[in-house]
Design a protein around this ligand. Structure first.
Ligand code: FAD
Length: 468
């Protein structure tokens, strides 16, 4: 029987990063993945394929709507080739997943293909595709089994017309009318893909605003921008049935006045969140406890109720984000090697890859108010930047929240071109506990979108932005 210092179950961003870090630290490491490709949700049916489609559809939209203004004439009609778009996405996914396999080999990590399940706290059975089972011994195990799309109890996902994000990444045709249940990150990103390609898109959201966990000003601005792009919204609406009749999907919901609304479309994307995945893992045999929502219970060291078993990523509490899973993978590996790492969960950024992009780190205004913390706000509109005018990306703003007395930056919330990349500056600054004035005195290259961060900092410091 093969024996390891660490076995990792699941090869998503949590699992494979944990494996690399364990191997770097000299631990004999195995990784177990039930699918034939490594990379988990993120690489196969999540972050990477959705961004590939967002990029392709963005190019199409630019060609149709913006090339003329830039002085680019394309003779003939510009058409979408959905098959090619999906096939390019597949090749991006393949390259990325192959890259993870390369990294496993480079770091001498043993990869097992098959379903991992606990025999006991130190032994894992791996059920392979040919139905054979191999058992390995592991001093420590990291559960990194991730999550799956969740639904509402009365919705039957048929994977053809009533679909999850996984199927939405593989459609064979552009929907005529795509109804999206859930105005969170995944629904809005995929909604924008198909809107750009020509679908009518209606979002039905239970809460009174989209992206409800982010700063309310971002929800407001994103709603405004998406409405300009002709996305329709039914907010404060509680979906009560989703039915398929032939090629038609009928969604019924109660609006905030309790009145029934009926929407008819040809596809319905159910994007109401994701649930932790532990099916077939047989956690009981190892003494690992799950909470009432099916998440693996962990302490601050990400240790489960079995002292040699840890859990990371989507399968435990906290934001379901690839980079959060990665940080947790690194943390557990370093702990196993005797180090004392730390994660500041307050500084895990959140991003929505619509265009304009939305990004956020730290406390929202709502959270600061609730905590009774006195704060200052500095806000700067993207349209005031030369860089924004050059590229015609005028929507959005950067908003910086700083402590009223100390000037320490407490939260940065932005919507605009390239916010997904710009947020890293805010994370760095906040990690070093910068004040708004610190950021306002740093030179920002001109012309860049990043100048909006400096200007928001100037506004927060002393209400002295330069360009408005
Ligand atoms: P996963 O990536 O879910 O990986 C778990 C792996 O474990 C899977 O490969 C699974 O097959 C395997 N597994 C499960 N059980 C077993 C078992 N018993 N034996 C063997 N293997 C097993 N996050 C971002 O940060 N940025 C984004 O832009 C982003 N976009 C997204 C877009 C979409 C459409 C979706 C669905 C998600 C997106 N996410 C994004 C979320 C991100 O994908 C997850 O947060 C991330 O993948 C979680 O990583 P993980 O390692 O915890 O689990």
């Amino acid at each position: 029987m093969s024996s390891y210092d660490v076995a990792i179950i699941g090869s998503g961003p949590g699992g494979y990063v944990a494996a690399i870090r364990c191997a770097q630290l000299g631990l004999k490491t195995a990784i177990i993945e039930k699918y034939s490709t490594l990379g988990g949700t993120c690489l196969n049916v999540g972050c990477i394929p959705s961004k590939a489609l967002l990029d392709s559809s963005h190019h199409y939209e630019d060609a149709v709507k913006h090339f003329e203004a830039h002085g680019i004439d394309i003779p003939g009609e510009i058409k979408v080739n959905l098959e090619q778009m999906i096939s390019r996405k597949a090749s991006v996914v393949k390259q990325t997943c192959d890259g993870v396999k390369f990294l496993m080999d480079k770091n001498k990590i043993d990869v097992f293909e098959g379903l991992g399940s606990f025999k006991d706290a130190t032994h894992i059975n791996i059920k392979k595709n040919d139905d054979s089972t191999e058992t390995i011994e592991a001093k420590n195990t990291i559960i990194a089994t991730g999550s799956k799309p969740s639904s509402l109890p009365f919705i039957k996902i048929d994977k053809e017309r009533i679909i999850t994000s996984t199927e939405a990444l593989e459609l064979k045709e552009i929907p005529k009318h795509l109804i999206i249940i859930g105005g969170g990150v995944i629904g809005l990103e995929l909604g924008q893909v198909y809107k750009r390609l020509g679908a009518d898109v209606t979002v039905v959201e239970y809460m009174d605003r989209i992206i409800p966990t982010m700063d309310a000003s971002l929800s407001k601005e994103l709603t405004k921008v998406l409405k300009k792009q002709k996305v329709k919204f039914n907010l404060s609406s509680k979906v009560k049935s989703v039915e398929r009749k032939g090629d038609e999907v009928i969604v019924k919901a109660d609006d905030k006045k309790g009145q029934e609304i009926e929407l008819k479309g040809d596809y319905c994307l159910v994007a109401v969140g994701r649930k932790p995945y532990t099916d077939g893992l047989n956690v009981e045999a190892a003494g690992v406890k799950l909470d009432s929502r099916g998440k693996v219970e962990v302490n601050d060291h990400l240790q489960t109720s079995a002292s040699n078993i840890y859990a990371i990523g989507d399968v435990i509490r906290g934001a379901m984000l690839a980079h959060k899973a990665e940080e947790e993978g690194t943390l557990v590996a370093e702990q196993l090697a005797g180090q004392k790492p730390h994660i500041d969960y307050n500084l895990i950024p959140g991003v929505v890859y619509t265009w304009p992009e939305v990004a956020s780190v730290g406390k929202t205004e709502e959270e600061l108010k609730e905590a009774g913390i006195e704060y200052k706000v500095g806000q700067f509109p993207m349209r005031a930047l030369g860089r924004s005018r050059a590229s015609m990306d005028l929507d959005g703003f950067v908003k910086m929240l700083a402590d009223k007395k100390t000037d320490e930056v407490l939260g940065v919330h932005m919507i605009g071109a390239r916010s997904a990349d710009l947020i890293a500056e805010a994370v760095t600054a906040m990690e070093f506990r910068a004040s708004a004035e610190d950021i306002s005195r740093m030179s920002h290259a001109h012309p860049t979108f990043a100048e909006a961060v400096k200007e928001a900092a100037l506004a927060a410091t002393d209400d002295r932005p330069l360009h408005i």
